[in-house]
Design a protein around this ligand. Structure first.
Ligand code: GRF
Length: 196
Protein backbone atom coordinates (compact mmCIF):
# COMPACT_ATOMS: atom_id res chain seq x y z
CA UNK A 1 0.00 0.00 0.00
CA UNK A 2 1.24 3.48 -0.84
CA UNK A 3 1.73 5.69 2.20
CA UNK A 4 -0.87 8.37 2.88
CA UNK A 5 0.54 11.68 1.65
CA UNK A 6 0.35 14.58 4.11
CA UNK A 7 1.16 18.26 4.02
CA UNK A 8 1.61 20.31 7.19
CA UNK A 9 0.82 24.04 7.15
CA UNK A 10 2.11 26.21 9.98
CA UNK A 11 3.05 29.82 10.71
CA UNK A 12 5.33 29.56 13.73
CA UNK A 13 7.70 27.49 15.84
CA UNK A 14 6.32 24.15 14.67
CA UNK A 15 6.30 21.98 17.79
CA UNK A 16 3.20 20.15 16.53
CA UNK A 17 4.77 19.78 13.10
CA UNK A 18 7.81 18.24 14.79
CA UNK A 19 5.68 15.80 16.80
CA UNK A 20 3.84 14.78 13.62
CA UNK A 21 7.02 14.37 11.57
CA UNK A 22 8.59 12.29 14.37
CA UNK A 23 5.54 10.07 14.53
CA UNK A 24 5.30 9.65 10.76
CA UNK A 25 9.05 8.92 10.45
CA UNK A 26 8.48 5.70 12.42
CA UNK A 27 5.74 4.43 10.11
CA UNK A 28 5.52 3.14 6.60
CA UNK A 29 1.82 3.88 6.00
CA UNK A 30 2.04 7.68 6.14
CA UNK A 31 4.47 10.31 4.95
CA UNK A 32 4.83 14.07 5.42
CA UNK A 33 5.49 15.21 1.84
CA UNK A 34 5.92 18.92 2.49
CA UNK A 35 5.65 21.73 5.01
CA UNK A 36 4.15 25.05 3.94
CA UNK A 37 4.23 28.34 5.79
CA UNK A 38 2.88 31.81 5.16
CA UNK A 39 5.92 33.26 6.97
CA UNK A 40 9.33 33.05 5.36
CA UNK A 41 11.19 33.14 8.68
CA UNK A 42 8.96 30.61 10.49
CA UNK A 43 10.94 28.15 12.62
CA UNK A 44 8.80 25.34 11.27
CA UNK A 45 10.64 25.63 7.94
CA UNK A 46 13.96 24.82 9.64
CA UNK A 47 12.28 22.01 11.52
CA UNK A 48 11.13 20.47 8.23
CA UNK A 49 14.65 20.58 6.83
CA UNK A 50 15.88 18.60 9.86
CA UNK A 51 13.50 15.84 8.79
CA UNK A 52 14.46 16.14 5.10
CA UNK A 53 10.94 17.29 4.32
CA UNK A 54 10.64 19.91 1.53
CA UNK A 55 9.65 23.28 3.02
CA UNK A 56 8.04 26.23 1.26
CA UNK A 57 7.14 29.78 2.29
CA UNK A 58 4.30 31.62 0.56
CA UNK A 59 3.83 34.99 2.24
CA UNK A 60 0.75 37.01 1.41
CA UNK A 61 1.79 40.23 -0.25
CA UNK A 62 -0.53 43.23 -0.61
CA UNK A 63 -3.54 41.21 0.51
CA UNK A 64 -3.22 38.87 -2.49
CA UNK A 65 -4.75 35.99 -0.60
CA UNK A 66 -6.17 34.17 -3.61
CA UNK A 67 -2.84 34.34 -5.49
CA UNK A 68 -1.09 32.96 -2.39
CA UNK A 69 -3.61 30.10 -2.14
CA UNK A 70 -3.06 29.29 -5.82
CA UNK A 71 0.68 28.93 -5.19
CA UNK A 72 0.00 26.70 -2.20
CA UNK A 73 -2.44 24.57 -4.22
CA UNK A 74 0.11 24.12 -6.97
CA UNK A 75 2.68 22.89 -4.46
CA UNK A 76 0.18 20.58 -2.75
CA UNK A 77 -0.77 19.09 -6.12
CA UNK A 78 2.89 18.65 -7.05
CA UNK A 79 3.30 16.59 -3.87
CA UNK A 80 0.03 14.71 -4.50
CA UNK A 81 -1.20 15.74 -1.07
CA UNK A 82 -4.14 13.74 0.26
CA UNK A 83 -4.59 15.34 3.69
CA UNK A 84 -3.56 18.74 5.06
CA UNK A 85 -2.77 19.15 8.75
CA UNK A 86 -2.87 22.72 10.00
CA UNK A 87 -0.58 23.20 12.98
CA UNK A 88 -0.65 26.81 14.08
CA UNK A 89 -1.44 28.14 10.59
CA UNK A 90 -2.66 31.64 11.36
CA UNK A 91 -4.93 32.21 8.35
CA UNK A 92 -8.39 31.10 7.33
CA UNK A 93 -8.54 29.04 4.15
CA UNK A 94 -11.06 30.14 1.54
CA UNK A 95 -14.01 27.94 0.46
CA UNK A 96 -12.46 27.84 -3.05
CA UNK A 97 -9.24 26.43 -1.63
CA UNK A 98 -10.99 23.92 0.62
CA UNK A 99 -13.14 22.65 -2.25
CA UNK A 100 -10.04 20.99 -3.70
CA UNK A 101 -9.84 18.76 -0.62
CA UNK A 102 -13.51 17.90 -0.24
CA UNK A 103 -14.11 14.20 0.31
CA UNK A 104 -17.50 13.05 -0.97
CA UNK A 105 -17.53 9.95 1.20
CA UNK A 106 -16.57 11.70 4.43
CA UNK A 107 -18.61 14.78 3.54
CA UNK A 108 -15.75 16.77 5.03
CA UNK A 109 -12.65 18.50 3.77
CA UNK A 110 -9.52 16.39 4.12
CA UNK A 111 -8.04 19.21 6.20
CA UNK A 112 -7.55 19.06 9.98
CA UNK A 113 -6.62 21.68 12.56
CA UNK A 114 -5.49 21.47 16.16
CA UNK A 115 -6.92 24.05 18.56
CA UNK A 116 -5.93 24.56 22.19
CA UNK A 117 -9.36 24.57 23.84
CA UNK A 118 -12.37 22.36 24.30
CA UNK A 119 -14.23 23.67 21.26
CA UNK A 120 -16.82 25.10 20.83
CA UNK A 121 -15.49 27.01 23.84
CA UNK A 122 -12.84 29.65 23.10
CA UNK A 123 -12.32 29.60 19.33
CA UNK A 124 -9.81 32.05 17.83
CA UNK A 125 -6.66 33.52 19.32
CA UNK A 126 -5.20 33.05 22.81
CA UNK A 127 -7.35 30.05 23.63
CA UNK A 128 -5.06 28.84 26.45
CA UNK A 129 -5.23 32.26 28.10
CA UNK A 130 -8.99 32.43 27.68
CA UNK A 131 -9.51 28.94 29.13
CA UNK A 132 -7.10 29.61 31.98
CA UNK A 133 -8.77 32.87 32.99
CA UNK A 134 -12.31 31.52 32.63
CA UNK A 135 -14.54 29.98 35.28
CA UNK A 136 -14.23 26.57 33.57
CA UNK A 137 -12.54 23.86 35.66
CA UNK A 138 -10.72 22.57 32.63
CA UNK A 139 -9.25 23.59 29.33
CA UNK A 140 -8.52 21.13 26.57
CA UNK A 141 -7.32 20.38 23.09
CA UNK A 142 -9.40 19.66 19.98
CA UNK A 143 -8.58 18.27 16.55
CA UNK A 144 -11.31 19.21 14.07
CA UNK A 145 -12.09 19.17 10.37
CA UNK A 146 -11.53 22.54 8.77
CA UNK A 147 -14.23 24.59 7.12
CA UNK A 148 -13.99 28.23 6.12
CA UNK A 149 -15.00 29.49 9.60
CA UNK A 150 -12.78 30.20 12.58
CA UNK A 151 -12.37 26.85 14.40
CA UNK A 152 -15.94 25.89 13.51
CA UNK A 153 -15.50 22.56 11.66
CA UNK A 154 -16.74 19.19 12.91
CA UNK A 155 -14.83 17.90 15.94
CA UNK A 156 -12.84 14.73 15.33
CA UNK A 157 -11.22 14.17 18.71
CA UNK A 158 -10.79 16.19 21.89
CA UNK A 159 -9.35 15.80 25.35
CA UNK A 160 -9.75 17.88 28.46
CA UNK A 161 -6.93 19.50 30.39
CA UNK A 162 -8.05 19.88 34.02
CA UNK A 163 -6.66 22.95 35.75
CA UNK A 164 -4.26 22.26 38.61
CA UNK A 165 -4.33 24.23 41.86
CA UNK A 166 -1.74 26.98 41.93
CA UNK A 167 -0.31 26.44 38.46
CA UNK A 168 0.73 29.39 36.29
CA UNK A 169 -0.53 30.12 32.80
CA UNK A 170 2.91 29.07 31.50
CA UNK A 171 2.57 25.66 33.24
CA UNK A 172 -0.96 25.22 31.91
CA UNK A 173 0.20 26.02 28.36
CA UNK A 174 3.14 23.64 28.66
CA UNK A 175 0.91 20.77 29.77
CA UNK A 176 -1.49 21.66 26.98
CA UNK A 177 1.22 21.59 24.35
CA UNK A 178 2.35 18.13 25.49
CA UNK A 179 -1.26 16.99 25.18
CA UNK A 180 -1.42 18.48 21.65
CA UNK A 181 1.65 16.49 20.64
CA UNK A 182 -0.11 13.27 21.69
CA UNK A 183 -3.55 14.11 20.35
CA UNK A 184 -2.61 15.08 16.78
CA UNK A 185 -0.98 11.68 16.08
CA UNK A 186 -4.08 10.02 17.57
CA UNK A 187 -6.21 11.89 15.03
CA UNK A 188 -3.90 10.68 12.29
CA UNK A 189 -4.25 7.13 13.55
CA UNK A 190 -8.02 7.48 13.17
CA UNK A 191 -7.56 8.48 9.53
CA UNK A 192 -5.19 5.61 8.87
CA UNK A 193 -7.50 3.04 10.46
CA UNK A 194 -10.52 4.66 8.80
CA UNK A 195 -12.27 5.00 12.13
CA UNK A 196 -13.74 8.41 11.41
C1 GRF B 1 -0.70 25.36 19.11
O1 GRF B 1 -1.06 25.70 20.42
C2 GRF B 1 -1.92 24.98 18.30
O2 GRF B 1 -2.90 24.34 19.05
C3 GRF B 1 -2.40 26.32 17.82
O3 GRF B 1 -1.21 27.03 17.52
C4 GRF B 1 -0.15 26.55 18.33
C5 GRF B 1 0.98 26.16 17.42
O4 GRF B 1 2.11 25.77 18.15
N1 GRF B 1 -3.30 26.19 16.70
P1 GRF B 1 3.34 25.06 17.43
O5 GRF B 1 3.82 26.01 16.34
O6 GRF B 1 2.87 23.76 16.87
O7 GRF B 1 4.37 24.90 18.52
Amino acid sequence: MNPLRLAIMASGRGSNAKALMQWCALRSDVQVECVISDKKDALVLEMAKNFDVPAYAFPVTKAEKSAQEQLILKTLKKHKTQWILLAGYMRLLSPEFLRHFYDDELKQNRVLNIHPSLLPLFPGLDAYEQSFKSEEKQGGVTVHFVDSGMDTGKIMIQQSLPKQAGESLADFKQRGLSLEHQLYPQALEKILTRSL
